[in-house]
Design a protein around this ligand. Structure first.
Ligand code: ADP
Ligand code: MG
Length: 738
């Protein structure tokens, strides 16, 4: 891909918003759009090098991964032409080496290439690594030879500089090799008009950052290592500043609407509830409760995230907020990620309220799987305002659901609900309701700042007194295969003591995993599209195994998973809570919120199949009553593997915040940011949440003080334009046009 031949190149002047079709020609632009979704000059200039190679640097050919697109710097050793045996034509075989290994390039019927690919020639080669009779090869690779310095005296200073200039290596595809991208980018850089600086001068100079245009130039065409390093530092901060400005503007936008202020009334519902509470609130519960009460009392919509460990008492905090809203005549809706959890929330709310308050508030379940008559009744209660607490799943967002006066939306487990769904529910109030988001996944500060930067965040760290603790152990089957039997014995022993337990499996049936997707109603999906992946433990197989196990005769074992009908799941959970079932063999349906104080053992099979936070949450299902919990993490992962490290990290600590940090470091960045902010054109490029905490915090402060003086960015058009690029068009109304 070079610029189309018919297209005159290098003569145009471009801005960041120039279409690539205009700048590079249609064919090239199309290839770029197909490969990366790029449309503008700014998009392509934001395609930063993945790394930099030196012309003298020899990459390890020995470790080339099969079937991957690679770019390597190497030297031609030997060239051989031979004719093919079975059909007409010739093959040119070119051996190249980097000193660590040898790779063969093959070209069919292109003998002329022998004229330039002479022994001693050096260059960059790119292609997909194949295997031919046990030897690695690139068939028809793209390449670019260094028009080498060999002829020139190496003492010449300009040659030396050339030889030392880092070569930008770009993320490439099969269709677009690294240097082809480099060429297109160079063309854009040559024709680029002056670029206004999104980072205001005073912020830039205080931090020793480069001008924007300079940073773009140096990240793509560095003359020395120091160039791209300074450029990265600048662009990283720029990214953080744009992101934080965007989030703070979004927060300001949310707060620009008018909401109904809600006050608890003297001698009202909240006071009666507090008076009847069988325990004292923890210090953190009180503190968070006060923050929420202050938010609710303002005529501005609350947007608050409350994070706290499983069992830290978030539900009580949320319920108290609902009561404050009910005191002023409003309704509250609680969104749970699954039907099971919605039903459980309703039960525990009814229990906490007691019969009198329940009769007044009429807590009502409204889910997609209710029988038609019940659903109609629930809809009426919500619409008439009779029910002041409506608990449900995503069905609450359905168009047929309306509220008389929706004052508060509580979302349990934010990470399972999309921003759009929160939005849709928000629109159900006459005015935007207050929004409270609960999450049991502890969120490291910088992630909170990045992903939830438009929310206010409160933390409950303190657990209610009287928790007996949880013992966690890894059961490493690779080293200790015999321990598997011991796991079932240990489980049986606990049951014999009158306790209950869970066995969690990654799949429902052999070869069918449960990809818990609550929005789709716990849909189960086929996992084993990849036939090489090892079989995973399944609910069906473990259930059969336990049922047949001599130690389990007389022990009541039942399954629970997302393929069961909702009434069946609910009945099973109820029976388990009532002690009529001893062991639940389940998928992650039980991950969040399920609360059975008598449950003391959690066995997780194939624990390495779960994420760190997920394991931590699963473990939180036991040790909730006064009983000490036991968590056995069974894994067939290799010692030392990343999978094993995750499981071991969970066993090593009960501190959710520590685990969240581990998770962050072990996980892919995309997962941390969630679907809305990873991938696509607005994704983070250079910024890494796990590593760049200081930059993010610094940028947030800078953004905040900038917005104090200039809330609509009227005086900062370049920053405003960058923010606009990040936001959906309809969300930019609050920015000055500039
Ligand atoms: P979370 O929603 O954070 O997982 P819950 O609100 O469900 O936690 O509380 C877990 C259990 O602890 C519940 O049975 C609840 O009644 C109880 N609980 C909550 N707060 C306290 C407290 N301050 N003291 C004692 N028990 C509490
Ligand atoms: Mg809860």
């Amino acid at each position: 891909m070079t610029a189309d031949e018919t297209h005159e190149t290098g003569v145009g002047r471009f801005t960041l918003d120039t279409r690539l079709t205009g700048a590079l020609g249609g064919r090239t632009a199309q290839a770029l759009e197909r490969a990366f979704g790029y449309r503008t000059v700014g998009d392509l200039l934001g395609h930063y090098p993945r790394r930099y190679a030196l012309r003298g640097e020899l990459t390890a050919l020995a470790s080339l991964p099969l079937d991957e697109n690679v770019t390597i710097v190497a030297e031609v050793l030997e060239v051989r032409e031979r004719s093919m045996r079975s059909r007409r034509g010739s093959i040119l075989e070119v051996k190249i080496s980097d000193g660590t290994g040898i790779l063969v390039l093959t070209f069919f019927n292109q003998a002329w290439r022998a004229r330039e690919l002479v022994p001693g020639a050096r260059g960059i080669f790119a292609g997909k690594v194949g295997d031919y009779r046990g030897a690695r090869q690139l068939a028809h690779p793209d390449y670019e030879l260094f028009d080498d310095a060999a002829a020139v005296s190496p003492t010449d200073a300009s040659v030396k500089r050339w030889a030392e200039a880092p070569i930008a290596i770009y993320p490439a595809t099969g269709a677009l090799a690294s240097w082809q991208l480099a060429k297109a980018i160079a063309l854009l850089l040559d024709g680029l008009d002056p670029v206004p600086d999104p980072v205001p001068g005073e912020i830039r100079s205080g931090r020793g950052l480069l001008a924007h245009r300079d940073a773009i130039e140096r990240i793509h065409r560095p003359e020395a290592e120091a160039d791209w390093k300074a450029a990265r530092r600048t662009l990283r901060f720029t990214e953080a500043l744009v992101l934080q400005t965007t989030l703070l503007l979004r927060r300001a936008e949310l707060r620009s609407h008018e909401a109904t202020a809600r006050h608890p009334s003297a001698g009202g519902l909240l006071e009666r509830f507090d008076a009847a509470l069988p325990f004292t609130l923890t210090g953190d519960q009180v503190e968070v409760g006060t923050a929420i009460a202050t938010d609710l009392a303002e005529p501005v919509p609350m947007n608050r995230l409350v994070q706290g460990e499983v069992g830290s008492g978030k539900t009580v905090v949320a319920l108290r907020a609902m009561l404050a809203v009910a005191d002023s005549g409003g309704q509250a809706a609680l969104l749970a990620p699954t039907e099971v959890l919605a039903a459980q929330h309703l039960r525990s709310i009814a229990r906490m309220l007691g019969p009198d308050l329940s009769a007044e508030l009429v807590p009502t379940l409204l889910t997609g799987q209710l029988p038609a008559a019940e659903r109609r009744k629930a809809l009426l209660r919500a619409a008439a305002g009779q029910s002041r607490i409506v608990v449900g799943t995503h069905a609450l967002i359905g168009e047929s659901v309306s509220f008389a006066d929706l004052g508060l939306v509580v979302v349990d487990e934010q990470h399972r609900f999309g921003v759009e769904q929160r939005e849709a529910l928000r629109l159900k109030g006459r005015r935007p309701p207050h929004v409270l988001v609960l999450t049991a996944t502890p969120i490291p500060r910088t992630v909170a700042m990045t992903v939830f930067g438009d929310l206010d965040v409160s933390t409950i760290r303190e657990l209610p007194a009287g928790r007996a603790g949880i013992e966690s152990h890894v059961v490493p089957l690779v080293e200790r295969p015999a321990w598997r039997t011991r796991v079932w014995e240990r489980l049986a022993e606990e049951i014999a003591e009158g306790r209950q337990g869970f066995v969690v499996c990654p799949a429902i049936e052999p070869r069918v995993a449960e990809e818990a997707d609550p929005v789709q109603g716990d849909g189960a999906t086929d996992v084993d599209a990849d036939p090489t992946s090892a079989p995973v433990a399944s609910v069906a197989a473990i259930l059969a195994e336990l049922t047949a196990h001599p130690r389990f005769s007389g022990i009541r074992v039942a399954p629970l998973h997302g393929r069961m009908a909702s009434e069946e799941k609910d009945a099973t959970m109820r029976a388990f809570a009532a002690g009529e079932i001893d062991v639940l063999v389940a998928t992650t349906v039980i991950e969040v919120g399920v609360d059975v104080p008598n449950a003391s053992v959690m066995v997780v099979t194939d624990a390495d199949r779960f994420g760190v936070s997920q394991l931590h949450q699963l473990r939180g299902r036991v040790g909730r009553g006064g009983l000490p919990g036991l968590c056995l993490l069974v894994t067939a992962s290799e010692p030392g593997s990343l999978a094993r490290q995750r499981v071991e990290a969970v066993a090593a600590t009960l501190d959710g915040f520590e685990l969240a940090q581990v998770d962050l470091e072990l996980r892919q960045e995309g997962d941390v940011l969630g679907a809305t902010q990873s991938g696509g054109r607005s994704s983070l490029k250079l910024l890494r949440v796990a590593r760049d905490g200081e930059i993010i915090a610094d940028a947030r402060e800078a953004a905040a003080s900038l917005l104090v003086d200039d809330p609509r960015l009227a005086g900062h058009p370049a920053l405003s334009a960058e923010v606009r690029r990040r936001l959906d068009d309809d969300a930019t109304g609050f920015l000055s046009k500039g």
